[in-house]
Design a binder for this molecule. Structure first.
Ligand SMILES: NC(=O)c1ccc[n+]([C@@H]2O[C@H](COP(=O)([O-])OP(=O)(O)OC[C@H]3O[C@@H](n4cnc5c(N)ncnc54)[C@H](OP(=O)(O)O)[C@@H]3O)[C@@H](O)[C@H]2O)c1
Length: 101
């Protein structure tokens, strides 16, 4: 059976779409999650839902094109969970990350 028990994963772009769906699946399969996107309120709701279901998750909101945010993501992962197993570099949009026509 597919399991992520004991694995720690960063998922960027976790507030909606594919990243949101992956976060729900990873949490269900036992992963410890560090979630990123710009909409902090949506991430907070996800973290609360995952914890209510018995999982473990924290959020690091912010624009992933900001190098300081990417460093915070890794630091928060190591601080909370002591290791990083999986990095899902999903944040983006059609036309490119942060694209503003
Ligand atoms: N859906 C498709 O058919 C398709 C096809 C090919 C490739 N992709 C790629 O797959 C990825 C996910 O697509 P999706 O359809 O799930 O898109 P989506 O529903 O628009 O979700 C994009 C996610 O990325 C986050 N995001 C965007 N820019 C960001 C930034 N600068 N910093 C941090 N987070 C950012 C958004 O959250 P916030 O707005 O809260 O920041 C959101 O959670 C994208 O990279 C997309 O290019 C999708």
């Amino acid at each position: 059976m597919f399991t992520l028990d004991g694995k720690t994963a960063i998922i960027t772009g976790a507030s909606s779409g594919i990243g949101h769906a992956m976060a729900e699946l990873f949490a269900k399969q036992g992963a410890q999650l560090v979630l990123n996107a710009r909409r902090a309120d949506l991430l907070d709701d996800m973290v609360a839902n995952i914890r209510d279901a018995g999982g473990m998750a924290v959020s690091v909101p912010g624009n992933i094109t900001d190098e300081a945010i990417s460093k915070q993501l890794v630091e928060a992962t190591l601080d909370h969970f002591g290791k990083l197993d999986i990095a899902v570099n999903n944040a983006g949009m059609v036309g490119g990350i942060g694209f503003d026509p």
